[in-house]
Design a binder for this molecule. Structure first.
Ligand SMILES: [Zn+2]
Ligand SMILES: [Zn+2]
Ligand SMILES: [Zn+2]
Length: 289
């Protein structure tokens, strides 16, 4: 469709690498020479090859800002059959948090800083400035699309774009959470328990803090191997944000220790658990500041 080509050219001019997407909103299959990566792949792929194929082959790796390529006969034929325009967020210096449904959007509103949003069929894309490795299914209904992936172009969206936050980077922590085979969790940090004595400057009641903490720990414990690291981040951040207006101290270190211990128990390596929780506590403080 010529409208897709026009959109693609507009994006290419704005330094956003584009590619046509066919029925099913997926990239076109490789040409015969590139089928099953027989060509070895393009130079920008993870396993770099020397493919210089001028067709829209190799999915996101074909995305380009080159007008001559975008308007070439091979690509024009693809635009004519395309159902929409795709782009390579990482190539444009962007990260798209793809929220598939209303529940995912509600989660993002609670946990992620506001940024430019684009409506999708059933959910939203939240677009941040900055790149990171892409990760699918970081949570139910949530994909992170940046380097080496493509997203559907659904218009410029609304709202001011903001910098890629740690909260999104932390979603990728789950990739690291499965202990290497043979690696045994040998030690647990000393058991820390939050109580009133460590929180002399907290304006909340003991039961309020305790209930929030137990709920957060339950969320972390409910995760097995994957996702527990990012869950720990989210819980730390959420609990710390409850104390944004307390004079302090609120015993946040102790709360952090409890979250770390819960994450380790479900298989998160201690170093990652500590980093995720420290990031979560810090991010909450930064946002409150
Ligand atoms: Zn090809
Ligand atoms: Zn190829
Ligand atoms: Zn407090």
């Amino acid at each position: 469709m010529i409208a897709h080509l026009r959109t693609a050219l507009y994006l290419a001019t704005a330094a956003v690498p584009v590619l046509p997407l066919r029925d099913g909103k997926v990239p076109f299959g490789n040409c015969r020479a590139c089928a099953k990566n027989a060509c070895g792949g393009r130079p920008n792929m993870k396993r770099a090859g020397t493919c210089r194929c001028t067709a829209p082959c190799h999915a996101w790796a074909a995305a380009t800002t080159d007008r001559a390529v975008v308007t070439s006969p091979l690509w024009t034929a693809a635009w004519e059959r395309a159902v929409c325009v795709g782009y390579h967020p990482g190539g444009a210096g962007l990260t798209v948090v793809d929220l598939d449904n209303a529940a995912a959007v509600a989660w993002a509103r609670e946990v992620l800083p506001a940024t430019r949003t684009v409506l999708t069929t059933r959910g939203q894309h939240w677009v941040y400035r900055g790149v990171m490795p892409s990760h699918n299914a970081v949570r139910p209904g949530v994909d992170v699309k940046s380097l080496m992936s493509y997203a559907r172009w659904l218009g410029p969206g609304t709202g001011r774009i903001t910098d890629l936050p740690d909260a999104v980077r932390a979603l990728a922590v789950k990739e690291d959470t499965t202990p290497a085979p043979g690696e045994v969790v040998s030690s647990l940090p000393e058991r820390a328990t939050w109580d009133r004595t460590v929180a002399t400057g907290c304006r909340h009641t003991e039961s309020y803090v305790r209930t929030g903490l137990e709920r957060g720990l339950a969320l972390v414990r409910a995760r097995t191997e994957s996702g527990a690291g990012s869950q720990a981040f989210g819980v730390a951040r959420f609990l710390a944000s409850q104390h944004a207006h307390c004079p302090g101290p609120c015993g946040l270190d102790t709360i952090g220790e409890e979250i770390v211990a819960a994450a380790i128990l479900v298989g998160v390596p201690e170093a990652y658990a500590r980093r995720a929780v420290a990031n979560g506590l810090e991010t909450a403080v930064e946002r409150a500041a």
